[in-house]
Design a protein around this ligand. Structure first.
Ligand code: UDP
Length: 322
């Protein structure tokens, strides 16, 4: 039985990954302070409510079982909030990670899968984005993740900590049969907000239609959360098998505009999405699409969800069940 520690396992992507780890026969312990995650996402007997800053208790926990690796999700994730509260983001995302890495070094746990983000690229000069393009984040959130990736580079050299950083594009969708889905508070992501607009009748504001894209709205790479969870399992297997450290883009390689997503929601729900067109949101790049060839060729990853409507359908199902 392989023991894995998952930080932030009560959150959206974390909970889906824990679910898949359990299905694959791993023994999982979750650390979460429940500041953003949900208690109902984790079975009580595997949840340890603990702040990342508590290095001593993390060390104790990591020493309590023969942990093979850590999957580190716990972080704040809202770009806009990070611009208003940069200290909070650097404290939690950077200092919190350092506390975890210190505990791992003390407990001699030397494999890590890290939740990074496409936001480390800022406004990229071209798409699709490859991993060797410049790291130029334009928000405290993106920079907090870039800083941790940089720290991981040093810990690889100086401590033998092998890590995979997965740079997520737009995670979305759900596992409705397992009771898992997206439940951010406040919700800022496009698909849940489109579904909410259908449900409540209150129009969603779309952030700009004057971008240099075919329909004028922003294009993003929407990756189903279960495909993302699968990438974490493959990353773990790579590290447990003695593989080297890497950073990988985690996206499908296909882009969809905001209006295309809106249309997919209308097709799935059979309802019109009430919406108004607003101004651009600060910091939004016109097009963010991954080149995920490195992830596919190195780890053998392949997205199962290739039709946006299937992704939206899972999010809709989850919302109906809640
Ligand atoms: N978006 C929008 N209205 C909203 C929320 C998002 O038009 O209320 C757009 C946003 O500008 C971006 C896309 O939807 O082009 C995806 O945004 P989201 O916040 O879901 O993810 P991000 O791309 O910021 O990671």
């Amino acid at each position: 039985m392989k023991h894995i520690l998952v930080t932030g396992g009560a959150g959206y992507i974390g909970a889906h990954t824990v679910h898949l780890l359990l299905r694959r026969g791993y023994e999982v312990t979750v650390v979460d302070d429940l500041s953003r995650g949900h208690r109902h996402n984790v079975a009580p007997d595997r949840l340890r409510i603990l702040p990342l800053a508590d290095t001593d208790r993390l060390t104790e926990l990591l020493r309590s079982k023969p942990f093979e690796a850590v999957v580190h999700f716990a972080a704040y994730i809202a770009v806009g909030e990070s611009s208003r509260e940069p200290e909070m983001y650097f404290t939690n995302n950077v200092s919190g990670s350092l506390s975890l890495f210190t505990a791992m070094a003390r407990a001699q746990v030397s494999r890590l899968v890290f939740s990074s983000t496409a936001a480390v690229y800022g406004t990229p000069a071209r798409v699709p984005i490859t991993e060797d393009m410049p790291i130029q984040p334009v928000s405290p959130y993106g920079d907090s993740k870039a800083m941790v990736e940089k720290i991981l580079g040093w810990l690889d050299q100086r401590r033998g900590l092998r890590s995979i950083s997965l740079r997520y594009f737009n995670a979305c969708g759900a596992e409705p049969d397992s009771g898992l889905g997206e439940e951010h508070d406040p919700e800022t992501h496009l698909i849940p907000l489109l579904l909410r607009a259908v449900e409540t009748g209150h129009p969603i504001t779309l952030f700009g239609d004057d971008y240099a894209t075919p329909d004028g709205t922003c294009i993003r790479d929407y990756i189903h959360v279960s495909d993302l969870a699968e990438a974490h399992i493959l990353a773990l297997e790579h590290l447990i098998g003695g593989g080297a450290s890497h950073a990988f883009n985690a996206g499908t390689g296909t882009g969809h505009s905001v209006l295309e997503v809106l249309r997919a929601v209308e097709q799935v729900t059979g309802e019109k999405v009430p919406h108004t067109m607003g101004p651009r949101r600060a910091g939004d790049a016109a097009v963010l699409v991954a080149d995920s060839n490195k992830l596919q060729s190195t780890l053998g990853w392949k997205p199962r969800y290739t039709d946006l409507r299937d992704i939206v359908r899972t999010a809709f199902e989850f919302k109906r069940k809640r």
